[in-house]
Design a protein around this ligand. Structure first.
Ligand SMILES: Nc1nc2c(ncn2[C@@H]2O[C@H](COP(=O)(O)OP(=O)(O)OP(=O)(O)O)[C@@H](O)[C@H]2O)c(=O)[nH]1
Length: 479
């Protein structure tokens, strides 16, 4: 994914600067040139790159910086802020409220991923306790209603559409009215794909918007269209009041930077990104955590959110308690792997941890890692309760391991590898003993202050600790 490469290049440029003995104008120029190249390669608009370059140089004025100033920190912060400014239009989009009816209309180019994204958006909210419903006002593409219907049935979301009616305005109005009566709190209207040259289709879109009076119009954009995104986004915005953007296909080798910067230029915030064809490959887009991940600085709150998304609320304290008690059994490892699987692509989760980037997990390794997790779980399915619940790793002697290998259809070497992984996890968790892990997102600020950097540094792999800048870096990060 191009953004992982972009993040990797920017992180490397900053690291090179950090490694320089003296940070002077020449070092800063080299660092900025490297970042410029990375951004232009990712298809970010030239004007934006130039502005960012000039702004950082203006902020980091070596003549004005008194001795004793931490130049590295100031430069890093300036780059971070400029990247955030590039992606942040400065005003939030309309936010629907649970329990109160909102109508959200989706518009975009043909094939940009609207229908898929409508369902992902509905599914995302449904999992958080909302009552979404889908309306198919795409009468242009044969098969559009079937596609929405199939997705909706799969996600168990009510839907409305018609094979006979050809007027999208009529269908949209009827659908919205039906679901309003049913007290659905999120009514999502999918519309036909259109291109900026198609004036009649643009007029039709305007009519659907006028008739349904949506609270929010979301422009869905395929990240691979790069710089062309700018003109398209503007054309849509000039016809209907677009209030937010969702960028899809960020998982592909797309020129994602172009789409991101272009939509930022239209002054509507990106609210979600699509990262795959599956229903749950959909992420909330928050500028600061996103840039933080892009720069390899991690996103603890996103990571905690992921944990809270996949571990049922009532089990969260339990699992975190077990992990922090340090007495890890194979059954706990099984639960842990189950949760990792639910967290989505491992590369994505990786990028939320400071010092790591999703670049470290190439696509082929992603598939391999998921397969490995499945194999480990199959092996554990062949274990007895005694083996799963014993806190003593030595219980898995040779004959037991041979039996597990036969029972799971795996090689004995694979069983040994899984047991090694288990011992490694047990060792990490034993170092976490007594560590106060925040159990809720709102605990992040208060509790994380109480986390002991020494304790955490003992848990992190040495390589990762080095990337963060040792214990000092970790302390700053935790602050
Ligand atoms: N890899 C990937 N594929 C996606 C993503 N979102 C959508 N797609 C795929 O993109 C293709 C087009 O998606 P649709 O949802 O049919 O697009 P649409 O905008 O509704 O199409 P029209 O109604 O013709 O305008 C499908 O094959 C989707 O599976 C994404 O985030 N990642």
């Amino acid at each position: 994914m191009v953004l992982a490469q972009l993040g990797g290049t920017i992180t490397r440029a900053i690291r090179q600067m950090n490694n320089a003995t003296i940070v002077d104008q020449k070092v800063l120029n080299e660092c900025l040139n490297e970042i410029n190249r990375a951004l232009l390669n990712a298809d970010v608009r030239f004007q934006l790159v130039r502005d960012m370059h000039n702004n950082v140089k203006r902020i980091v004025n070596f003549d004005d910086l008194a001795a004793g100033h931490n130049k590295r920190r100031i430069i890093q912060q300036a780059i971070f802020n400029e990247l955030c400014n590039m992606l942040d239009p400065g005003k939030p989009s309309f936010t629907p409220q649970k329990g109160k009816t909102s109508v959200i209309m989706f518009v975009g180019l043909q094939g940009s991923g609207k229908t898929t994204t409508c369902t992902k958006y509905a599914y995302y909210h449904q999992r958080k306790g909302w009552k979404p419903a889908l309306v198919c006002a795409d009468t242009f593409r044969a098969g559009a209603f079937d596609q929405l219907k199939q997705n909706a049935i799969k996600a168990k979301i009510p839907f409305y559409g018609s094979y006979a009616e050809s007027d999208p305005v009529k269908i949209a109005v009827e659908g919205v009215e039906t679901f309003k009566k049913e007290n659905r709190d999120l009514i999502i209207v999918d519309t036909s794909g259109r291109h900026k040259q198609e004036a009649a289709l643009f007029e039709e879109m305007r009519q659907v918007s006028e008739a349904t009076k949506p609270d929010l119009i979301v422009f869905v954009m395929d990240s691979s269209i790069g710089q062309a995104a700018f003109d398209q986004a503007l054309a849509f915005k000039q016809s209907v009041p677009v209030g937010a953007v969702i960028v899809t296909k960020m998982d592909g080798h797309a020129k994602g930077g172009g789409a991101l910067s272009a939509v930022a230029a239209t002054k509507s915030p990106v609210i979600f990104i699509g990262t795959g064809e599956h229903m749950d490959e959909f992420e909330v887009f928050d500028v600061k955590p996103f840039v933080s991940r892009l720069l390899g600085m991690g996103d603890w709150s996103g990571f905690m959110d992921k944990i809270h998304e996949v571990v049922p609320e009532d089990q969260q304290p339990e699992l975190l308690r077990k992990l922090s008690e340090g007495n890890i059994t194979l059954r706990i490892m099984y639960e842990y792997l189950q949760n990792i699987q639910k967290m989505g692509p491992i590369g994505q989760v990786f990028s939320m941890l400071p010092g790591l980037s999703s670049e470290l997990m190439p696509n082929d390794q992603e598939v391999e890692s998921q397969a490995k997790i499945k194999r480990y779980m199959t092996m554990m399915d062949s274990m007895t309760n005694e083996e799963l619940d014993s806190p003593n790793p030595k219980i898995m002697n040779e004959s037991r391991s041979m039996r597990v290998a036969r029972g799971s259809g795996c090689d004995i070497s694979e069983v040994m590898e899984m047991l090694e992984e288990y011992k490694r996890l047990a060792k990490i968790c034993s170092k976490m003993k007594g560590l106060k892990i925040p159990t809720r997102r709102c605990d992040m600020n208060t509790r994380s202050r109480n986390l002991n950097a020494q304790h955490v540094s003992g848990v992190l792999p040495p390589q990762m600790l080095k990337l963060i800048g040792g214990r000092g870096g970790l302390r700053n990060l935790m602050k």
